[in-house]
Design a protein around this ligand. Structure first.
Ligand code: URA
Length: 288
């Protein structure tokens, strides 16, 4: 295949196009060279000066809402759905601390030994991103890569999360990413109630101090834990929920999407609702 871009840029474009294809956006075509099928970027992308995706030239899947109009109308928010609690909450209602900061919360967490997870951890994974983010993603708990690096969502699932964020027209540095528990559960099992209870005051303080417009809960475990429900995530994903005065959207975990790529289309629907709420539009092709 003739090289049209520096290799790193080409790789980025290919990754992005593959991601859109995974979302069900399938109008990209491939060139077939003498050696068989090869991946080629569409002309519209090839002629653009940046790897901005070309959503207007892409047929979105039938079930996917159309990109937001140029000036999105204010959203008449439907009444928040309250998921009925299924037991005592692990997130006791706590008063907001005045002038709390992520730095102070991290200091208070210290070299935490409040629950048994500290015994197996390598690094605490506190959270990462913009302390004034409008959008916060909350996962379940660190995996092996996160435990090694001390940063959330840096493994395979994390790379997919980064692609999801970029597909929304944002960078990772625009959002804040954290987890329900800050230390890796052994064998990546779900965090247990005593572990969630020990960590929850810190998550609550993180969210309160960032004060985002929207929280996206990644995966059934995080969603069910935070919302204190035993209902399956498929029953309440794609619906606006309310948690401690914040709008919350639950969606599937990127690790689930790695095992079940067709569910990416559902996640994309959820993220488009989030984009509309935040006044974000799909990235436009540059006109050059
Ligand atoms: N899965 C999570 O829930 N959180 C991470 O940080 C990484 C993987």
């Amino acid at each position: 295949m003739p090289e049209r871009f520096p290799a790193s840029l080409q790789q980025k474009i290919e990754d992005r196009l593959r991601y859109y294809e995974d979302l069900g956006i399938r109008l990209f075509y491939t060139e077939r060279g003498p050696g068989g099928a090869s991946f080629a970027v569409p002309e519209a992308v090839a002629s653009a000066s940046s790897p901005t995706p070309v959503f207007e030239e892409i047929a979105l899947p039938k079930s996917t809402p159309k990109p937001a109009p140029a000036k999105p109308a204010p959203i008449a928010a439907p009444p928040p759905l309250v998921v009925p609690p299924s037991g005592p909450s692990l997130f006791e209602s706590t008063d907001k601390l005045k002038d709390d900061t992520l730095l102070k919360i991290r200091e208070d967490l210290g070299e935490c030994t409040r629950c048994k997870l500290h015994k197996g951890r390598n690094k605490i994974v506190f959270g990462d991103g913009n302390p004034k983010a409008q959008l916060v993603f909350v996962g379940e708990g660190p995996g092996a890569d996160e435990d090694m690096q001390g940063l959330p969502f840096v493994g395979r699932a994390g790379k997919l999360l980064t692609q999801m964020i970029e597909a929304m027209g944002l960078q990772r540095s625009d959002v804040y990413i954290c987890n329900v528990v800050k230390c890796r559960p052994p064998e990546n099992r779900a965090p247990e109630p005593d572990e969630v209870a020990a960590c929850s005051p810190f998550l609550i303080r993180q969210i309160d101090s960032i004060h985002p417009k929207v929280i996206v809960c990644l995966g059934a475990t995080a969603a069910k834990t935070i919302l204190n429900t035993t209902r399956g995530i498929s029953q309440f994903r794609c619906e606006w929920l309310e948690w401690r005065g914040h709008k919350l959207m639950a969606t599937y975990h990127p690790a689930y999407l790695l095992r079940n790529p067709p569910a990416k289309a559902d996640v994309w629907k959820d993220l488009q609702k989030v984009m509309a709420e935040l006044g974000l539009q799909l990235p436009k092709k540059s006109k050059s």
